[in-house]
Write a protein that binds this ligand. Structure first.
Ligand code: ADP
Length: 357
């Protein structure tokens, strides 16, 4: 078999939907949306807003690696989509003055896919693997020696002609991003020297992110409007930026010079976003459970009822509903809480009927 080198395009990640975290409500939308999103990405640690504890840990690690002229230890970023994992991977490469080579778990189907990439890496490069929990087990095992000793044993040919060729690799940094840290095997997880979890952003951080994005987009965003959008963005910068772009559309079409709170409120209402940041699909998920609030509902049933995958429900929608206290997980499934019923406009004890067909 051939070891045909891959051509790396560091911008490919922006264009490759497979290389992105799960879409859904926190997803980056179509190609035009993704281009816009790429333009809003923070480029350096100083531009990255919030996550202070994580950033200060990274600063120390970067400084130490630089002082020792070593590759940075392997890094695992976990957390819901849209919180900045990809941005941080890019920033790491930028701060280290090295290249970022992007790929994703599902793209690495066989060990040979990985060999092609690993052998192209130069000293200190950042290999970014999005959705790292979706790497198939044989590829993951193959990665172990690459991560630990910067070497891999590669098998050429099959049957009696099979030969094992040891390949030495340049020291590199694997940066993995995952929305499902729990799905990573213990030996794999243990090989990441730095493991950081990104947490949802408080509204004041989202206000700062929105202010920066508005100035890049050339939109005047009034403080009260920024506050309103921030409060409805589920702690997620990607969602905040998406709302900002929609509000900007409405401002432009309506000939408004600046985005004020009235315009922001109207736009979000048109988008079906309520004061908790819930959108149509969140409400449908809650409604499925609200049909029988006393009995837990299985994830499969919810997924089938709303037409989304179980993964998307767990990774994209549930975290926010759990954080709001609208839903609880029990051993037998998911159950709507009295607050969740209230968010649907139902009395506690009531049942949703006919809310969804
Ligand atoms: P993830 O990889 O976790 O899904 P991304 O890194 O793709 O998230 O972030 C999505 C978008 O949100 C980025 O394009 C960027 O505009 C914005 N963003 C995320 N985190 C931050 C942050 N801390 N500061 C500023 N913008 C951010």
């Amino acid at each position: 078999m051939s070891l045909r080198p891959r051509v790396f395009d560091p911008t490919a990640l922006e264009a490759d939907p497979e290389a992105r975290s799960t879409g859904g409500s926190a997803g980056a939308g179509g190609p035009a949306e993704r281009d816009l999103e790429a333009g809003l990405r923070p480029q350096s640690l100083t531009e990255f807003v919030g996550q202070e504890r994580l950033l200060s840990n990274l600063r120390v690690a970067i400084q130490a690696a630089r002082a020792r002229s070593e590759a940075l230890d392997h890094v695992l970023f976990s957390g819901p989509p849209g919180l900045g994992k990809t941005s941080l991977a890019r920033i790491l490469a930028h701060e280290l003055g090295t290249r970022l080579v992007p790929t994703s778990g599902p793209a690495l189907e066989r060990p040979r896919d990985l060999v092609g990439i690993l052998t192209q890496l130069e000293r200190g490069d950042v290999l970014f693997v999005d959705e790292v929990h979706r790497i198939p087990a044989p590829v993951e095992e193959f990665l172990y020696s690459a991560m630990e000793d910067f070497s891999v044993d590669f098998t050429i040919d099959q049957g009696p002609h099979a030969r094992v060729v040891p390949l030495q690799l340049a020291p590199f940094t694997l940066v993995g991003a995952t929305t499902r840290e729990g799905l990573l095997s213990a030996p794999f997880r243990a090989r990441f020297g730095i493991a950081e979890r990104l947490v949802p952003y408080p509204a004041e951080d989202l206000v700062r992110i929105l202010a920066r994005s508005a100035s890049i987009l050339g939109t005047e965003l009034l403080p009260e409007a920024a506050q309103l959008i921030a409060e409805r963005s589920r702690g997620t910068p990607r969602i905040a930026n998406r709302f900002l772009r929609r509000v900007r559309d409405f401002a432009e079409v309506g000939g408004a010079r600046a985005v004020d709170v009235q315009l922001a409120r109207e736009t979000l209402a048109r988008l079906g976003v309520d004061q908790h940041g819930l959108e149509e699909l969140d409400r449908r998920i809650l409604s499925v459970m609200a049909q029988n609030p006393d009995a837990p509902v299985g994830l499969k049933t919810i997924a089938a009822a709303v037409g989304e995958s179980e993964d998307t429900i767990e990774e994209v929608f549930e975290p926010h509903l759990l954080r709001c206290g609208f839903l609880q997980r029990t051993a037998r499934g998911r159950q709507v809480t009295p607050r969740g019923l209230e968010a649907l406009g139902l009395e506690p004890g009531a049942r949703a009927r006919g809310l969804f067909a």
